[in-house]
Write a protein that binds this ligand. Structure first.
Ligand code: PLP
Length: 379
């Protein structure tokens, strides 16, 4: 078991612990002190120096790409900083551009931003095939049945947002490479907890946000793309897309030879400074430590919940889940209200309760949560 003393120290980085038993870390991760300080520092520099604040923040933007690339074992050249996971998915979608003769394979455990781009808007040309989940999981055979020679892309969430089901990405990659179709992963509920390594699983695209397990602010996202898209025509272009920008020649735009061509204007600099601080904190604490701590906490919650007669949707097998536990009870809204009344912050949707413990949560906090659920189920 991880030392509770070490956790006590780490908790000091999260002032949210003074206000809430916060168990919704996969939604909006609470701001850590160094993340706040980085953003505050930027604001002070901007307030006192105007443009002078830009240069350091722009360096942070470059460093943010480097840190993210290191996290997933990719090259910086292949990373685009976006405004969100959704923007990253849409950019990737434009590079894939499914035609009316093709199909896109998604699952019913996806988040809305994984399916809506193919259902409405400019990318909505192809047939959208939904793999149906069974028992909170996607069974590989069901996915294979949906893929054929006309599949443009298989797009899944590495860890699904509702049931918390975690895919074996190596198995998915085996399928997509066998059919020679593109693979796009949404890593928003995985990265920061689960290891995703591009060298081991050379997917086409990986889209994510800074704001969940990467501990940064909302409004910053990332897109990794495979080398073969680096020379693609960007759906939108701006001054940062061009390698000849310093010529100040408005009649001639020579696009960068890497993913930089997909950047348009100045990114969200305050967000960038916070996202960088989040990734640095993650590195400092150690992703492996975080993963093992979260595994311990989620296993504890699942074991205790399973004795309380609630309907646990999340698979119990540790390899099939990560940071999210989702369960249903009769009148879940009442349970959610009771949890909130005890200052316990959880998610509440799809007729159930979602609880995502972070590494800084304690067993005492989990026991407090479990006792409210127990009380609710027995009275
Ligand atoms: C799996 C997943 N993908 C995407 C998103 C949306 O992220 P963004 O707002 O950065 O587009 C969420 C948000 O909860 C999510 O859980």
């Amino acid at each position: 078991m991880n030392s509770e003393k070490q956790i006590e120290e780490l908790r000091k980085l999260f002032p949210v612990t003074e206000h809430w038993t916060y168990l919704y870390n996969g939604s909006i991760h609470p701001c850590a002190v160094p993340v706040k300080e980085a953003m505050q520092n930027y604001l002070e520099k901007w307030q006192n120096g105007g443009e002078a604040a830009f240069f350091k923040a722009y360096d942070d933007f470059t460093q943010l790409k480097e840190e993210f690339a290191e996290l997933i074992d990719a090259k910086t050249d292949n990373i685009v900083i976006t405004e969100s996971t959704t923007a990253a998915i849409n950019l990737a979608g434009h590079l894939i551009k499914p035609t009316a003769q093709q199909n896109v394979v998604v699952t019913d455990l996806a988040f809305m931003s994984n399916t809506y781009p193919w259902l409405a808007g400019q990318l909505a040309n192809a047939e959208v095939r939904f793999v149906k989940s069974r028992d909170g999981k996607i069974h590989l055979d069901d996915l294979v049945d949906m893929v054929d020679d006309n599949t443009a892309v298989v797009h899944i969430c590495a860890v699904t947002v509702g049931s918390g089901y975690r895919f074996d990405l190596a198995q998915i990659y085996d399928i997509t490479s066998k059919f020679n179709v593109s693979l796009m992963i949404d890593g928003a509920q995985a990265l920061g907890v689960v290891d995703i390594n591009i060298k081991e699983i050379p997917m086409d695209f990986l889209a994510t946000t800074a704001s969940k397990w990467l501990m940064g602010p909302a409004g910053v996202g990332f897109l990794y793309m495979d080398d073969r898209y680096l020379k693609a025509t960007p759906p939108s272009v701006g001054w940062l897309s061009a390698k000849n920008v310093s010529d100040w020649n408005v009649r001639n735009c020579i696009l960068h030879d890497d993913a930089m061509r997909f950047q348009g204007g100045i990114p969200n600099l305050i967000g960038v400074t916070g996202a960088l601080a989040g990734l640095k904190l993650l590195k400092q604490i150690g992703r492996e430590f975080i993963e093992s701590r979260i595994n311990e906490l989620t296993t504890y919650v699942i074991e205790k919940l399973s004795r309380l007669n609630v309907d646990i949707v999340t698979p119990s097998n540790q390899n099939e889940r990560a940071g999210i536990i989702f369960f249903r009870t009769p009148d879940y809204l009442e349970l959610h209200a009771r949890l909130k009344a005890e200052n316990i912050y959880c998610g509440c949707f799809q007729e159930g309760i979602r609880v995502d413990p972070g590494f800084y949560n304690t067993y005492e906090e989990l026991d407090k949560f479990l006792s409210v659920v127990k009380d609710y189920m027995t009275h």
